[in-house]
Design a protein around this ligand. Structure first.
Ligand code: 6R9
Length: 676
């Protein structure tokens, strides 16, 4: 662990919301000792149609032995998120403030949206949804790139109490179909396509495939609303549909397949829609959204977040963790399809009336300094990205960074996986010129918002440590037997009590919610991550301790990849483990036992990689596929992944093999290991 401590720049301390560790400790203590007082004070900044019932402000049970797990904040209160984020800003005279600067894949494509316009568009689209029969509680799936219609669609759902389920637009048609089916969505919202660097993704075609698959399962959505995005791009390359190479000018794309009974264009629907829509007042615990995350059994988990608690937690973490002040311009590079995008592109910033940059493209297009160009173009003060992006950018000459000024930056955020010291130092010194605070934010789709993080104006930073808990969060480290590890040590990272923004259940499966998160250690929420606490009390999240992989910040389970591999007719069995990767953090290393025991060739490897890409998404493509005539198994048939991990890591000694049914397997696997 790096011992050097980096203190916040006095300029940042001076303006910050929390400017000393004493203040942080005091606020944290109050938030734990009296959560009701702490959060009800914060809740005053929001509009409540009806107030919460005082003695029911916060109730929960984390202990499965005492009954069902539940978490409730602000019972009795009713509100509407879009009203709080938009109407309030407009009513208080900030209607002309920019909510989003939109920066397209191509630098020639950009636009902006004020709070007033965002409210109007949100209301219009809420009316469109109503016209399609959507009412409170109905599920709406959104499969879109980072374009302005995405936050509009999400906020329109919140306007009328519909539950959005955003599916990251890098997921395959299979993954999309699975999520549509699981949530029984009525409407799907998408775009014709999107450019990512020089690659064109035809999203509507992927939706068509998904909807075909859904139909085969006897389910049908009622309507698919399509944004005609490619057509409006300024850059001629963007306007081309790329498939048959014809420019479409102002006409709609000819080769977007269309089902007249089901598909409608967004712009046609919006044309006559009313720009106002009275908000539906929702109960504090009414569902807000579902967001799927990988589960260790392979089947994705639809995490459910609710209204009031999520809203106040998103805004509060945003304000403190990025030390947001009016006039700042904030830029988060995440895709809205992930929790980081939900909380820190949409709900958190808008909840604070902030101005954000929404970026559609990739860090390397048209050149390797795209992020830094955007920072200078919009005078960004807070920049938030993932370690995998930092690692891939630091491989290039520093000149790509230093030829831009970056002088407006104050806070640099990191999220998605542990950030290694080298990447932290590069971020701090080269991007931040040694004067910015780094917020290494630990959180999960489950936690809704930041739970362990430094605060820019007070926390002395240690490279690679997410440092201390946010307000309302009480972490513990537990050993195998569930005993609390006091002081310096290592263990399972768990939380002892809920904070307002954490998930409430798995959609339609409360049993699985309890068994996945609350069975292992009674009375605690178990994150699935391991962590260390050093002598100064700093927390260092070390990574997943379950069968999960984190590839470039995308979480997936070994089981889901193994299931896809094993479906191939030439595969008898598959085992997947994670291997360290310099840019992606981790990558997939797969062991394959061919059905006939021997046929393992290049063709099979290509087919398997393609299959994983198609079934899960491009980000899940395995890096290594190794021939495994047999897998190391215990006598009871359990695959010993710990040995496979060592083989994948290039080690010769896999440890104790005496529990194996056949010890010779290891020698064979070591011999067959490809040179990578
Ligand atoms: C926000 C997000 C959650 C998992 C989490 C952990 C890893 C995220 C981290 C981090 C160390 C950080 N993780 N941030 N590990 N330091 N700052 O990524 O949500 O996609 O649900 O992934 O990501 O392993 O459990 P999600």
């Amino acid at each position: 662990m790096a011992d050097k401590i980096y203190y916040p720049n006095p300029e940042i301390v001076k303006r910050s919301h929390c400017s000393s560790m004493e203040q942080y400790r005091e606020m944290h203590r109050k938030s734990i000792e009296d959560p009701v007082k702490f959060w009800s004070e914060i809740a005053k900044q929001f509009y409540w149609e009806t107030p919460a019932i005082e003695d029911k402000y916060f109730t929960y049970n984390f202990n499965v032995d005492k009954g069902d797990v539940f978490i409730k904040w602000m019972e009795g209160a009713t509100t509407n998120i879009s009203f709080n984020l938009l109407d309030k800003a407009v009513k208080s005279g900030h209607g002309d403030k920019i909510a989003f600067y939109w920066e397209g894949n191509d630098p020639e494509d950009y636009s902006r949206l004020t709070y007033k316009k965002l409210l109007e568009e949100t209301c219009r689209f809420a009316n469109v949804l109503k016209s399609k029969g959507i009412t409170k509680g109905d599920r709406v799936v959104i499969y879109m790139p980072n374009i302005l219609e995405q936050p509009i669609a999400m906020l329109a759902c919140t306007r009328i109490g519909a539950v959005h389920s955003v599916v990251f637009a890098g997921y395959s048609s299979d993954s999309l179909a699975e999520r549509i089916l699981d949530s029984k969505a009525k409407v799907l919202i998408t775009a014709d396509g999107v450019w990512r660097g020089e690659k064109l993704l035809l999203l509507k075609n992927i939706c068509d495939e998904a909807l075909e698959k859904v139909k085969k399962q006897d389910y049908q959505i009622e309507c698919c609303i399509v944004v005609s995005h490619l057509r409006r791009l300024n850059n001629p390359q963007g306007r081309m549909n790329g498939v048959n190479g014809t420019s479409n000018g102002d006409t709609e794309l000819t080769n977007v397949s269309w089902d007249n009974d089901r598909d409608v264009w967004w712009h046609d629907e919006m044309e006559d829609a009313e720009p106002s829509c009275y908000p539906v007042w929702l109960a504090a615990e009414d569902p807000l959204f579902i967001l799927y995350t990988s589960g260790s059994t392979g089947k994705p988990k639809g995490l459910l977040h609710t209204t009031a608690g999520y809203m106040i937690f998103a805004a509060t973490t945003f304000k403190y963790v990025f030390d947001y002040h009016p006039g700042d311009v904030y830029f988060c590079t995440a895709d809205i399809g992930w929790i980081t995008g939900h909380t820190y592109v949409v709900y958190g910033p808008l909840g604070c009336g902030a101005t954000s940059v929404l970026f559609e493209g990739v860090p390397f297009y048209p050149d390797k300094d795209r992020f830094w160009k955007i920072v200078d173009k919009y005078k960004v003060t807070q920049f938030y990205t993932a370690p995998t992006a930092i690692r891939s950018l630091m491989k290039f000459n520093d000149d790509y960074v230093t030829r831009n000024s970056l002088s407006t930056l104050k806070v640099l955020g990191s999220v998605g996986e542990p950030i290694n010291t080298e990447a932290w130092l590069w971020y701090y010194n080269i991007v931040g010129h040694g004067k910015c605070s780094i917020s290494d934010t630990f959180f999960q789709t489950e936690t809704g918002g930041h739970v362990i993080t430094p605060l820019p104006g007070c926390t002395p930073m240690k490279p690679g440590s997410a440092t201390f808990p946010f307000f309302g969060v009480l972490p513990e480290l537990l050993d195998e037997d569930g005993h609390i590890v006091e002081g310096e040590g290592e263990g399972y990272l768990v939380f002892r009590q809920p904070w307002p923004g954490m998930m409430r259940t798995l959609y339609g499966n409360h049993k699985r919610f309890q068994s996945a998160y609350f069975e292992r250690f009674k009375g605690y929420y178990c994150t699935g991550d391991g962590a260390k606490r050093d002598a100064d009390g700093y927390l260092w999240v070390t990574g997943r301790i379950d069968d999960m992989l984190n590839v470039s910040g995308h979480l997936m389970s070994t089981a889901e990849v193994e299931n896809v591999l094993a479906e191939h007719s030439s595969v008898a069995e598959a085992a997947v483990v994670s291997k360290k990767h310099t840019v992606k953090g981790e990558c997939l290393y797969c062991f394959i036992t061919p059905s006939d025991g021997k046929t393992f060739d290049e063709k099979l490897q290509i087919e398997l990689k393609k299959r994983v890409r198609e079934r899960i998404g491009a980000f899940a493509q395995p890096d290594v596929i190794q021939h495994a005539p047999a897998l190391p198994k215990t006598r009871s048939g359990k695959i010993m992944r710990r040995m496979l991990r060592k083989i994948a890591a290039g080690e010769e000694d896999v440890g104790d093999t005496t529990t194996l049914a056949d010890e010779t397997v290891i020698k064979l696997l070591l011999e067959l290991r490809p040179k990578v």
